[in-house]
Design a protein. Structure first.
Length: 136
């Protein structure tokens, strides 16, 4: 079975809103179990977004996730290049600022999509499809 790749907001929203560590520890135990079984993974860019806060979520990830949980996203550079071309071709729909934000090298979303395409695996995210949205 292929793993699922988790977006930053999966962790951040769960921690801050839906499943705080002290309210639903069983959720976090299940995340740890699935990670150890390699049924869920993420990428280095997600790690960087999470770890920039240096908070309880950062500590939990460092203490509970396998050391190889956050994969090297650079293996998907050709898919990333294709997404860059696609995003730049959509300047008739999205604002230039939205395109620049999407293509920001430190922004995990583009890299998650690239990695998922490269590995042919599904993404788990809290993002919502809003095709008519033009600002981001």
């Amino acid at each position: 079975m292929s793993p699922y790749i988790l977006d930053s907001n999966f962790f951040i929203q769960a921690h801050r809103s839906n499943y705080p560590f002290d309210v639903l520890p069983s959720f976090w135990a299940k995340i740890e179990q699935l990670a150890r079984q390699e049924l869920i993974i993420s990428i280095d860019k997600v790690r960087d977004e999470i770890f920039q806060n240096d908070d309880e979520l950062t500590n939990w990830c460092q203490s509970n996730l396998p050391t190889d949980f956050f994969k090297d996203s650079s293996i998907s550079i050709s898919e990333y290049a294709a997404l860059v071309s696609w995003a730049n071709s959509r300047n008739d729909h999205f604002t230039q600022r939205a395109i620049e934000q999407f293509l920001d090298n430190d922004y995990a979303d583009t890299w998650i999509i690239s990695y998922a395409i490269n590995q042919n695996i599904p993404i788990l995210t809290h993002e919502k499809s809003e095709p008519e949205k033009i600002k981001n």
